[in-house]
Ligand binder design. Structure first.
Ligand code: PAF
Length: 282
């Protein structure tokens, strides 16, 4: 497994591997079993002759003032071991100075899908994500890229990025990996204290209850949202709900009569952690 820290070496890696299918997993490190599933899926897509590339980069551009950029966990040694164990061929782990010149003056700006859900309480976040993902796609020259469905809005926005800016990259979304009690795996779960950790599975339980209600015929988005909020308030009193939203899975707009697939997304603060999860109604 090659570990590369700078753009010059990355370009020569890309040149040497030209013609070999490259499947890319962008991450911010602090890897867990959810990331292992992404790397594993990338390995399957790449096949025995392809390359699996993983980036480990805590992207300063996607953190707002007062967010957890400084304390975001950095666990490089463990991350490299997880990547190796799951069949990665190349790791790109640059320093921020390597990717962002001090006088940089161009960023991407997404103007529609990022106005809802997490974009409301994290202004600028998805512009930072789009900018770094576009840079990484250009640098790694991947054929495919693999993302997790836990970050549902992020995936919808990257799909738009690829379409609108004509990236020649096939995207793959992988199901969320969960703890035994249903909590979606996240690097931020380690911010939870034991009481918060005990209550956090209520997010998943609330979403499943809403899906059950939908399966039993409930079609009113407001009723489903209320059911979820009440469940979380009752079972996770330490949580502070940021949003509960039933939206169209592609446009992320409030559900309408033309909506084909509905996703319900939630974000809840627990102390220092802001947890997100979602469920597709099907
Ligand atoms: O999902 C993440 O970990 C990040 O948002 C990403 C896609 C690696 C961009 O920094």
């Amino acid at each position: 497994m090659n570990v590369i820290n700078n753009i010059r070496q990355l370009r020569s890696w890309s040149t040497i591997n030209k013609g070999t299918r490259c499947v890319f997993v962008p991450t911010m490190g602090a890897l867990h079993e959810g990331h292992a599933a992404l790397v594993h899926a990338a390995r399957e897509i790449a096949g025995p002759n392809g390359n699996v590339a993983v980036s480990l980069f805590v992207n300063p551009l996607q953190f707002g003032p007062g967010e957890d950029f400084a304390k975001y966990p950095r666990t490089l040694v463990e991350d490299l071991a997880l990547c190796r164990d799951n069949g990665a061929d190349m790791i790109f782990a640059p320093k921020a100075e390597e990717l962002y010149p001090a006088d940089r003056s161009i960023v991407l700006h997404e103007t529609s899908l990022s106005l809802a859900l997490c974009g409301v309480s994290r202004p600028g976040h998805f512009d930072g994500v789009c900018t770094v993902v576009a840079k990484l796609f250009n640098l790694i020259q991947c054929d495919d890229a693999v993302f997790g469905k836990k970050d549902y809005q992020q995936f919808a926005i990257i799909r738009r990025l690829v379409r609108d800016l004509d990236f020649n990259v096939v995207l793959h979304a992988i199901d969320t990996v969960r703890e035994a009690d249903g909590l979606a795996m996240s690097s931020r779960n380690r911010y939870l204290n034991p009481e918060e950790r005990a209550q956090a599975p209520a997010l998943r339980a609330a979403l499943v209850a809403a899906r059950d209600s939908w399966k039993n015929g409930e079609r009113d988005p407001a009723a489903l949202q209320t059911l979820i909020s009440k469940h979380i308030q009752q079972h996770a009193p330490l949580g502070r709900i940021d949003y509960v939203s039933a939206v169209d899975a592609t446009t992320l707009q409030p559900v309408s009569s033309t909506t084909e697939l509905v996703v319900i997304a939630v974000a809840v603060f627990f102390g220092a952690a802001r947890l997100i999860d979602n469920i597709e109604l099907k």
